[in-house]
Design a protein around this ligand. Structure first.
Ligand code: GLU
Length: 495
C-alpha cells in the first residue's frame, strides 16, 4: 500500500493539507506500506521560496514524516527513494516523453491559440448562450491546432518555434463512471470535460498530466486528495486509459467549512498549521482534531493518539458532507491532551516557562506538587506562569475580588470573616498543616458560625491567589505553608 501527500509549495501548510497528509499517512501505516511526499511545483509563478522546508518541518512537528520522497534530513531538504525525482520541476523530460506518446497515439494535439484567441472564443460561446464555455470538441475545429490545421502547416509552425500547448483530445460521447472510496459511485459526461492543457508553452506540465504520470510511475495505490479535485477526476481517468494504465483508487475528502458552513477561509480564522503551532497547540491535539474532521470511529471515543488512529482509521467511515472547523472542539481536545502528560513530564515542560518569570521556581524542590494543581485546568503551556505565580510572590489582591455574590460573600461580611479565618488558621499547628486538617478546621469554623462552606473558602482562596479561578483553598494553603498563608490573610485584613 503506497500513498502520497503532494503539496504545491505556495506558502504555508494549510490545516486541510495536514488532514489530507494525515489520512494518507494512516492508510499507508495501517497496511504497513509506504507514505511519500512529492512536491508539485509546476506552477512556477506560485512557488514560494522556503515553502517546501516549512511544510516538511510542519509535517515533522505533527509526527507524520514520510519515509520516501522529499524529506528533511538533519534539517536539510533532500530526496530519498528509487522512484524519484520527487519534485515535479525535476521531471520535465519524463512528462515530455509521456505527452509525446499521447501525441503519437492521437490522444493529444498541439494547440497554437493565443490567450486573446481563447478569450474571444469564450466570449463568443457565452454570447451564444453557453454558460460554461470550454475548449472542447464543439469548438476544436474552429481553433488553431494540429487537428484543424493542415499537417504541413503544423510542422512549419513547430519548426519555426511558434509557442504551443499540448491538449488532451476528449471524446465528448464518453460516459465515465468510477467508484470513489469516499463518494461512492460517481458519473461524468464526456461532453462536460474540456480538452485540458497537458503541457504548457513553458514546457511545464499541468497538474493533470503530472498527477497521472507521477502516481503511475510512483506506484501509488490510493490518491487521497481534497474534494475540489473531484470535478477533474474524469480527465485523469481518461488519461490513465489513454496511457493504457490502471487508474489507482481515489478518495476525495470533504471540504473544511467555517461555522457558517462557507468554505474554510482565512477571514474567519487561522488556516495555517504554523499559526496553531505558534499559539502553543500540541501536535497530539491538532492531529486528533483534524482526524475527526470528517471521520469518526463509530464509538464514543474522542481521544485518539496517532497509534490509535493508525489502528482504527478507515476511509469507509469518512463522511461525504463538509466538516465544520470548530475551534472550541480543538481547544477542548488541547486541554484533554494537556491532562494526559505524566506529571513529571508536564512539570518539566512548564518549569522553564515559569522560571523565566519567577526564578525561584527553578530552585523549588516542590515544583511538581504545584504543577499537579494546575494540570487539570491548563489549556496552553504559556498560561503556567500566571497560574502558578502566586506560589512565588504575594499576589496583589483586588478588594473587589474578596466578595462574591454567587458564593454569598458580601463586602459587609468581610470584617467578620477574615479575622475568624486568621484565628482558625493561626491555631493549626505547623506539624498538622496539610490539606485534610485545614479542611476539617475550616469546615468546623463554617459550621460554628452558621456560614456556608463557600463563604469561608472563597475569600481565603482569593487572598491566597489573587485570582478569580485557581485550585481550591485547602490545596493552595497546604502547598503555600502556614507562614505565607497567614501573611496573606493579614495583608487582606489590612485592605
Ligand atoms: N498539488 C495538489 C494540491 O496541492 C495536490 C492534489 C493531489 O493530492 O493530487 O492541491
Amino acid at each position: 500500500m503506497r500513498t502520497r501527500f503532494a503539496p504545491s509549495p505556495t506558502g504555508f501548510l494549510h490545516v486541510g493539507g495536514l488532514r489530507t497528509a494525515l489520512y494518507s499517512y494512516l492508510v499507508a501505516r495501517q497496511a504497513k506500506g509506504q507514505f511519500l511526499v512529492r512536491i508539485e511545483d509546476t506552477d512556477q509563478e506560485r512557488s514560494v521560496e522556503g515553502a517546501v522546508e516549512n511544510m516538511l518541518k510542519t509535517l515533522h512537528w505533527a509526527g507524520i514524516s514520510p519515509e520516501e520522497g522529499v524529506m528533511l534530513q538533519d534539517g536539510i531538504v533532500t530526496e530519498h527513494g528509487s522512484k524519484g525525482p520527487y519534485t515535479q520541476s525535476k521531471r520535465l523530460d519524463i512528462y515530455r516523453k509521456h505527452v509525446d506518446q499521447l501525441l503519437e497515439t492521437g490522444h493529444a494535439y498541439y494547440a497554437f491559440d493565443t490567450v486573446e484567441e481563447i478569450d474571444a472564443m469564450r466570449t463568443r460561446m457565452q454570447q451564444a448562450g453557453n454558460p460554461a464555455p470550454r475548449y472542447d470538441s464543439s469548438v476544436r475545429m474552429e481553433m488553431r491546432n494540429s487537428l484543424s490545421l493542415p499537417a504541413a502547416d503544423t510542422q512549419a509552425r513547430l519548426a519555426a518555434g511558434e509557442p504551443y500547448a499540448i491538449r488532451m483530445k476528449v471524446d465528448s460521447a464518453r460516459v465515465i463512471t468510477f467508484q470513489d472510496d469516499i463518494r461512492g459511485k460517481v458519473e461524468f459526461q464526456g461532453a462536460v470535460v474540456d480538452d485540458q492543457v497537458l503541457l504548457k508553452s513553458d514546457g511545464f506540465p499541468t497538474y493533470h498530466l503530472a498527477h497521472v504520470v507521477d502516481d503511475h510511475l510512483m506506484d501509488i495505490d490510493i490518491v487521497i486528495r481534497g474534494e475540489e479535485w473531484l470535478s477533474s477526476l474524469p480527465k485523469h481517468l481518461l488519461l490513465f486509459e489513454a496511457f493504457g494504465w490502471h487508474a489507482p483508487r481515489y478518495a476525495h475528502v470533504p471540504l473544511l467549512l467555517n461555522q457558517d458552513r462557507s468554505k474554510l477561509s482565512k477571514r474567519q480564522g487561522d488556516v495555517a498549521v504554523e499559526e496553531y503551532i505558534a499559539k502553543g497547540y500540541l501536535p497530539e491535539a491538532v492531529l486528533n482534531f483534524l482526524a475527526m474532521l470528517g471521520w469518526n470511529a463509530g464509538t464514543t471515543q474522542e481521544l485518539f493518539s496517532l497509534n490509535e488512529l493508525i489502528e482504527q482509521f478507515s476511509l469507509e467511515r469518512v463522511q461525504k458532507a463538509g466538516a465544520v472547523f470548530d475551534v472550541e472542539k480543538l481547544d477542548w481536545l488541547q486541554g484533554q491532551w494537556m491532562r494526559r502528560f505524566p506529571l513529571e513530564e508536564f512539570a518539566q515542560r512548564i518549569l522553564p516557562i515559569v522560571a523565566a518569570e519567577f526564578p525561584a521556581a527553578a530552585e523549588d524542590d516542590h515544583f511538581e506538587q504545584k504543577a499537579a494543581l494546575i494540570q487539570e485546568r491548563i489549556t496552553f503551556f504559556p498560561e503556567a506562569p500566571s497560574m502558578l505565580g502566586y506560589f512565588y510572590a504575594d499576589p496583589t489582591v483586588e478588594k473587589e475580588l474578596l466578595a462574591n455574590p454567587k458564593q454569598k460573600v458580601t463586602p459587609e461580611m468581610l470584617p467578620e470573616l477574615l479575622p475568624a479565618l486568621l484565628d482558625t488558621l493561626e491555631n493549626v499547628a505547623e506539624a498538622q498543616w496539610e490539606e485534610e486538617t485545614l479542611q476539617e478546621k475550616l469546615e468546623k469554623l463554617a459550621e460554628t458560625m452558621g456560614w456556608k462552606k463557600g463563604q469561608v473558602l472563597w475569600p481565603l482562596r482569593a487572598v491566597l491567589t489573587g485570582l478569580p479561578f485557581s485550585p481550591g483553598a485547602y490545596e493552595v494553603a497546604a502547598v503555600l505553608g502556614k507562614e505565607t498563608t497567614l501573611r496573606r490573610v493579614r495583608n487582606a485584613l489590612a485592605l
